[in-house]
Design a binder for this molecule. Structure first.
Ligand SMILES: CC(C)(COP(=O)(O)OP(=O)(O)OC[C@H]1O[C@@H](n2cnc3c(N)ncnc32)[C@H](O)[C@@H]1OP(=O)(O)O)[C@@H](O)C(=O)NCCC(=O)NCCS
Length: 139
């Protein structure tokens, strides 16, 4: 990826002095994922976002957020989660994820981590899936 893209936030497009929000789709989300990885390139080990739909509409599946071992517990995971939440609010889409210990994290602490951002366990599911429901927001 070339450096010039690192400074651009694909969230917004400036046309004739007006800020336009790009409609979310697979490509726009992929661009946003690349933007975050570039912005936090010394902090993120892996970040995977998928554009998905279900019977309630579109949502972002946060497949994986992994901070570099040397950078953990310094607030970077929280900063990136906050950005994602803001992005979901702007696009009025949900974020879904699956809490797992397969990457070495403690599941109880992970629940606490995601709950801080307003994520809740999906009702009637007992398999560790959590959902964030967007708050109405303005550009
Ligand atoms: C979970 C993770 C993304 C948090 O990022 P971070 O930059 O370390 O987190 P921050 O410094 O912003 O915030 C600290 C919080 O992260 C969570 N956290 C940190 N290390 C953790 C661990 N080993 N297990 C579970 N949660 C952890 C806790 O909620 C912690 O708050 P607490 O100390 O009050 O319990 C990071 O620990 C990570 O990359 N883990 C490995 C990959 C992984 O398990 N990803 C999630 C899969 S669902």
């Amino acid at each position: 990826m070339s450096d010039w893209r690192g400074s651009l936030n694909p969230l917004r497009v400036f046309i004739s002095g007006r800020i336009l929000l790009m409609k979310l789709n697979e490509i726009v989300l992929k661009e946003y994922g690349s933007y975050l990885k570039m912005k936090y390139k010394n902090k993120i080990q892996e970040l995977k976002l998928e554009y998905c739909t279900d019977e309630h509409g579109e949502y972002i599946y946060l497949v994986l957020i992994k901070i570099k071992p040397s950078q953990k517990n310094k607030g970077y995971g929280s900063t990136i989660m906050s950005e994602l939440i803001q992005y979901a609010d702007l696009h009025n889409v949900r974020i879904k994820l699956w809490v797992t210990n397969i990457y070495g994290s403690d599941v109880k602490r992970l629940y606490g981590f995601y709950q801080k951002f307003g994520m809740v366990l999906i009702k009637n599911f007992n398999d560790g899936h959590m959902m964030y429901y967007p708050q109405k927001t303005k550009l």
